[in-house]
Ligand binder design. Structure first.
Ligand SMILES: O=P(O)(O)O[C@@H]1C[C@H](O)[C@@H](CO)O1
Ligand code: HPA
Length: 284
């Protein structure tokens, strides 16, 4: 008898099959889940005003956060609040158009839950983006800062910082024709929701911070802990002034406007990085 043929044993009224292939144990289901999970490869988190990167996703299926059981909702301007599943450069991705911030009232464990979900769904590589204020005097509004490291101020007592993004990816970003506008630097996350005081910015500068924002550090820390490879970058949306006499605090509108003005280049950036990951990771 072949593995799939039934013997018409109807002792309980149903067709009974001898074949053990028809028994779905928990272990077997987990194997199926693992197989399917391997089909999603890259996770993308869009920062404030950077949701247009989600338009790089082709053949997409969108699911609103509010429709997903137990999922938090986005409460911040510039975060659509939906998951997009699809393909970028033929690589299967899931994209968060909207992240969760500590200042929204969510504990950090909830802010990073989607990263753990990505891991469960098979994501091996995380691309995290954010809007940030430039502290390094050589940065201009609209520049991109590749996060070569971060300062985990909110977890000063011990989380590991991100070390060394993939050199190849870094070069690839430089090839975007933005050589003069791309930097590698140190990012830090403040608790928010208010922007930093001059005294705080001065302290951050002394600590070696090049750009300051309100996210990403805990996501990257969690992703690293889960064994993912991470590529994180900041769009410099405003320049942080450490001068009491000159310089104004950024506004939310300003931050979102800079994101909008860089939509095209950010989409290309995401496409190139995902393509690179697809070509170099061998579906690991
Ligand atoms: O989600 P990100 O880190 O891009 O958001 C930044 C930090 C604040 O939420 C907002 C400031 O305008 O942008
Ligand atoms: O200057 C800033 N500080 C903190 N978060 C930010 N997000 C955009 N700009 C900034």
């Amino acid at each position: 008898m072949s593995a799939y043929s039934c013997n018409n044993n109807k002792s309980n009224g149903y067709d009974m099959c001898e074949d053990t292939e028809n028994e779905y144990t928990y272990e077997k289901l987990m194997k199926i889940r693992e197989f399917l999970a391997e089909r999603i490869h890259v996770g993308i988190i869009c920062g404030s005003g950077l949701g247009s990167m989600g338009e790089a996703v082709r053949n997409s299926v969108c699911i609103e956060y509010k429709d997903i059981p137990s999922f938090p909702i986005s409460t911040v301007q510039g975060h659509k609040g939906r998951l997009i599943f699809g393909y970028v450069s033929d690589v299967p991705v899931m994209c968060m158009q909207g992240r969760f911030h500590y200042y929204e009232g969510y504990p950090l464990s909830k802010c990073v839950m989607p990263v753990r979900l990505m891991k469960l769904l098979g994501v091996t590589h995380l691309i995290a983006s954010n809007a940030a204020g430039g502290l390094n005097p050589s940065y201009k509004v609209g520049d991109i800062m590749l996060q070569k490291d971060h300062l985990n101020i909110m977890g000063f007592s011990g989380n590991n910082p991100l070390r060394g993004p993939n050199d190849g990816v870094t070069n690839l970003v430089r090839q975007l024709g933005m050589e003069d506008d791309v930097h590698e630097g140190v990012y830090t996350c403040m608790g928010g929701p208010n922007y930093e005081t001059v005294a705080e910015l001065r302290a951050l500068k002394v600590l070696g911070v090049d750009a300051v924002g309100m996210s990403t550090v805990h996501e990257v820390t969690t992703a690293k802990h889960c064994g993912m490879k991470c590529f994180a970058f900041s769009l410099i949306t405003n320049i942080c002034s450490i001068d009491y006499e000159n310089g104004e605090e950024a506004t939310c509108e300003e931050v979102l406007d800079v994101g909008k003005s860089k939509e095209t280049i950010l989409k290309v950036l995401v496409e190139n990085v995902v393509k690179f990951i697809g070509e170099h990771s061998n579906n690991e």
